[in-house]
Ligand binder design. Structure first.
Ligand SMILES: Cc1cc2nc3c(=O)[nH]c(=O)nc-3n(C[C@H](O)[C@H](O)[C@H](O)COP(=O)(O)OP(=O)(O)OC[C@H]3O[C@@H](n4cnc5c(N)ncnc54)[C@H](O)[C@@H]3O)c2cc1C
Length: 608
C-alpha cells in the first residue's frame, strides 16, 4: 500500500532553524517567495542558542586598527590557507552590516562607554572583534532572528525531521520527513532547498553538541549527490567540562580566557607559554604581565598564549594530561578567579561578564568559578567540513540545493576561529536565502515522483517492520554508542593511520548492522526509531571524516597526525572532496585549493 503523508508546498524550503536557517528564511521571504522552515526541535532550541562568546565582525568599535582586511587575514591564517578565499573575503566584508542589521532588528548587545556595540578578544583574532551579550550571545541572536522571522509569513514546521531529499532528474524538488511526536510522514515540495542543519558532533563520544547534531544535512546532501569538503577537519574545542561525568563535554567558552582566565597544569605552571608556534610568535606575549594587559584592552600588548587557535590549545592540554600533569579528573585547570590579584571587585566582575559560566559550574559541578579554578579538557565542537558550495551563492553541485552555516563548508579551511561561526550564519545564511529565492523564481516547478516518496517511506519504516517479522534483532542505541566510542578513540584529537584504518573497518562492519537495525514499538513518540533514522547520516559523516583524515598525510589546523606531525607544503595545495559514486561507494578526490587573488595575497602577506 502506498505510504500516507501530508503535503506542503513552498518555493523555498529551509531545513534548520538555527542562525543560518532563520537568516536564510528571512531573506528568501523578503524576496517575495513562499518559504517553509523545518526543524527537529522547537523553534528557539537550535544549537545557535548555545553560542556564548560572540559574533566576529570587524566594526573597529574598540580598536580602530581593525578592518575587514585584518579579519580576512586572521581567518585565512586560522584556516591554514585551505579556506575558500572568496568566502573569507565576503565574510569579513559583510559581517559588520549583518551585525548592525541584527541590532536594528532589536538585538541588545553589550555597549562601550560611548554607546557602541562592545567587542571582546577571542583566540586567533588580532583585535577585540566579538560583539557579544555577556556570554549569552546566541540566545540574543536567535531571539532576534526568530522575532523577525515570525512576522515574515514563513511557515514553520517544528519537531519534524527530514530524512530524504527528493530530486527531479538532476535538480532538487523537495524533501520527505516525519513529525517526531506522532511519526506521520510529511512531503515538502519546493523548487529550492536550503540545508542549515548544523554540525555532527554526535559522531563522537565527548562533545559540546546537543542531541540534534547528527550530521543530517551533510548526510542528506551526500546521499543526493552533493560533494563534501574538508571533512577531516573536526574542531576539538580546548575547554569542555570534564567533571562530573554526566556533563562531560559541555562547553566552557573561550570568553573565559578572553576575560583573563589562564590555563595551568597540576604543577601550577602556565604551560601555554612553553609552546608558541612560529607563525604566531610575533603576535603572542612571552610573559604573564603583557598577556594580562592585552585582556584588559592595552593596544600595545600582545595576546596571551591561552588565546592561540583552538587546535593548538587543545593539543597542548592533551599533552599535559598525557604527561601526567593533568587535573584530578583528566583535564587541566582554567582559572579566572586569580584576577582578584589584579582588580578589586573581581567576583562581581566575573559574574557580570560570564553569567552563564558562573551558573553552569555552580549548578552542574558545585564549583564557584569566582573563587575556584575549573577543570577543563578538549571536546568535539565544530565541523569545518560539510557541503561544498559556491562561495557567492551557497549552491551545491546539485541544482537548487543550497547549504549554509555549520553544515556548509569552505569559509574556515582547516580550523575555525571562535566567533566566526555566528558571523558565517548571518553572512552566508542571508546569501543562501537570497540565491535560493532567485533560483526558485527562475525555474519552472519541479516534479516529485510518487515512487521516490514511497521508497523513502519504506526505508524509514523498515526498522519497525523488521521487529514484527523476526521478533528480535539489534537496536540502534548500542550501534550509536559504539560508533561514538571508536570515533573518539581512533579518529579523535590525535590521529594515526593504523588506528584510523581500524576505525574504517569498524565503520564497514557497522554499516552492515545498521542496515538491519530493529526498533521496538511503533512510530508514535519513539526515540529508538528517531535514533535508527539518524544512524544513516552519522555513518556517512563518520566514514567521510575517517577517509579524508587517512588521506591527508600531514598535520594542519584541526587535523593532528602523530605519524605525520609536520605541515606539508605539498598538502597545503589541496582540499579533499568526497562524493557518492554510482556503485554507492564513497569516492575521494584531491582538488587544488582555490588560490587567493593577487590583492588577497597582498593582504595576507602584509598581515603575517
Ligand atoms: C556551546 C556552544 C557555544 C558556541 N559558541 C559560539 C560562539 O560564541 N561564537 C560562534 O561563532 N560560534 C559558537 N558556537 C558554534 C555555533 O553556535 C554553531 O556553529 C552555530 O550555531 C550553528 O548554527 P547553524 O545555523 O548552522 O545550525 P544550528 O543552530 O545547529 O541549527 C540547526 C537546525 O537544524 C535543524 N535540523 C537538524 N537536522 C534536521 C533534520 N534532519 N530535519 C529538520 N531539521 C533539522 C535543527 O533542529 C536546528 O533547528 C558554539 C557552539 C556551541 C555548541
Amino acid at each position: 500500500m502506498p505510504a500516507e503523508f501530508k503535503t506542503f508546498e513552498h518555493d523555498v524550503l529551509v531545513i534548520g532553524a538555527g542562525g543560518a536557517g532563520l537568516r536564510a528564511a528571512i531573506e528568501a521571504s523578503a524576496a517575495g517567495v513562499k518559504v517553509g522552515c523545518v526543524c527537529k526541535s522547537l523553534l528557539g532550541k537550535a544549537h545557535t542558542v548555545m553560542a556564548e562568546g560572540g559574533v566576529a565582525a570587524a566594526m573597529a568599535n574598540v580598536d580602530d586598527r581593525d578592518s575587514w582586511r585584518v579579519h580576512f587575514a586572521d581567518t585565512m591564517r586560522g584556516g591554514q590557507y585551505l579556506n575558500n578565499p572568496r568566502m573569507a573575503e565576503l565574510h569579513a566584508k559583510e559581517a559588520p552590516d549583518r551585525v548592525r542589521e541584527l541590532e536594528a532588528w532589536g538585538a541588545v548587545f553589550d555597549r562601550t562607554q560611548d554607546g557602541q556595540i562592545l567587542q571582546r578578544n577571542f583566540g586567533g583574532h588580532r583585535y577585540p572583534r566579538l560583539a557579544h551579550v555577556g556570554d549569552r550571545t546566541g540566545l540574543e541572536m536567535i531571539r532576534t532572528l526568530q522575532d523577525h522571522a515570525i512576522h515574515q509569513g514563513i511557515e514553520f514546521h517544528m519537531e519534524c525531521t527530514v530524512f530524504k531529499l527528493l530530486k527531479d532528474g538532476e535538480r532538487i524538488c523537495g524533501a520527505f520527513g516525519y513529525d517526531r511526536e506522532r511519526g506521520r510522514f510529511m512531503l515538502f515540495k519546493a523548487n529550492a532547498v536550503v540545508l542549515a542543519t548544523g554540525g555532527f558532533g554526535r559522531a563522537f563520544k565527548i562533545t559540546s553538541n546537543s542531541w540534534e547534531y547528527t550530521g543530517d544535512g551533510t548526510g542528506l546532501a551526500y546521499d543526493a549527490g552533493a560533494e563534501l569538503l574538508d571533512m577531516e577537519f573536526v574542531q576539538f574545542h580546548p575547554t569542555g567540562m570534564v567533571w562530573p561525568p554526566s556533563v562531560r563535554g559541555i562547553l566552557v567558552t573561550e570568553g573565559v580566557r578572553g576575560e583573563g582566565g589562564v590555563l595551568r597544569n597540576s604543577e601550577g605552571r602556565r604551560f601555554m607559554f612553553d609552546d608558541i608556534p612560529d607563525n604566531y610568535k610575533s603576535s603572542t606575549s612571552d610573559n604573564e604581565e603583557e598577556g594580562w594587559r592585552y585582556t584588559q584592552g592595552d593596544k600595545n600588548a600582545r595576546r596571551p598564549p591561552e588565546l592561540l587557535t583552538r587546535d593548538h590549545v587543545a593539543r597542548c592540554i592533551n599533552r599535559e594530561v598525557k604527561a601526567g600533569r593533568g587535573s584530578p579528573h583528566g583535564g587541566v585547570f582554567l582559572d579566572i578567579a586569580w584576577i582578584k590579584e589584579k582588580i578589586p571587585n573581581a567576583q562581581e566582575h566575573i559574574r557580570k561578564k560570564l553569567p552563564s559560566m558562573y551558573h553552569q559550574f555552580k549548578e552542574l559541578a558545585g564549583i564557584d568559578i569566582t573563587t575556584t579554578p575549573m577543570e577543563v579538557g578538549p571536546t568535539t565542537h565544530y565541523a569545518m567540513g560539510g557541503v561544498r558550495v559556491d562561495g557567492d551563492t551557497q549552491m551545491s553541485c546539485v541544482p537548487g540545493l543550497f547549504a549554509a552555516g555549520e553544515c556548509g563548508a569552505g569559509l574556515h579551511g582547516a580550523n575555525r576561529l571562535g566567533g566566526n561561526s555566528l558571523s558565517d550564519l548571518l553572512v552566508f545564511g542571508k546569501r543562501a536565502g537570497e540565491f535560493a529565492a532567485q533560483y526558485a523564481k527562475k525555474n519552472p516547478p519541479a516534479k516529485v515522483r510518487d515512487a521516490d516518496v514511497d521508497a523513502a517511506a519504506r526505508e524509514a519504516l523498515a526498522p519497525i517492520e523488521r521487529q514484527s517479522s523476526n521478533g528480535g534483532g539489534e537496536g540502534p542505541y548500542q550501534m550509536q554508542y559504539e560508533l561514538q566510542e571508536f570515533m573518539q578513540d581512533l579518529v579523535g584529537i590525535v590521529r594515526v593511520e593504523a588506528d584510523m584504518k581500524r576505525a574504517l573497518e569498524k565503520i564497514y562492519a557497522l554499516n552492515g548492522r545498521v542496515k538491519n537495525v530493529v526498533v521496538q514499538g511503533n512510530r508514535e513518540y519513539n526515540p529508538g526509531w528517531h535514533t535508527a533514522i539518524d544512524l544513516k547520516n552519522l555513518m556517512y559523516v563518520s566514514e567521510a571524516v575517517t577517509r579524508a583524515a587517512i588521506e591527508r598525510k600531514e598535520s594542519r589546523g584541526a587535523q593532528f597526525r602523530e605519524d605525520y606531525p609536520e605541515k606539508s607544503a605539498e598538502w597545503g595545495k589541496y582540499n579533499l572532496v568526497l562524493k557518492k559514486q554510482a556503485d554507492g561507494s564513497m569516492g575521494l578526490t584531491k582538488v587544488p585549493r582555490i588560490e587567493p587573488t593577487s590583492e588577497q595575497n597582498q593582504i595576507i602577506e602584509e598581515m603575517k
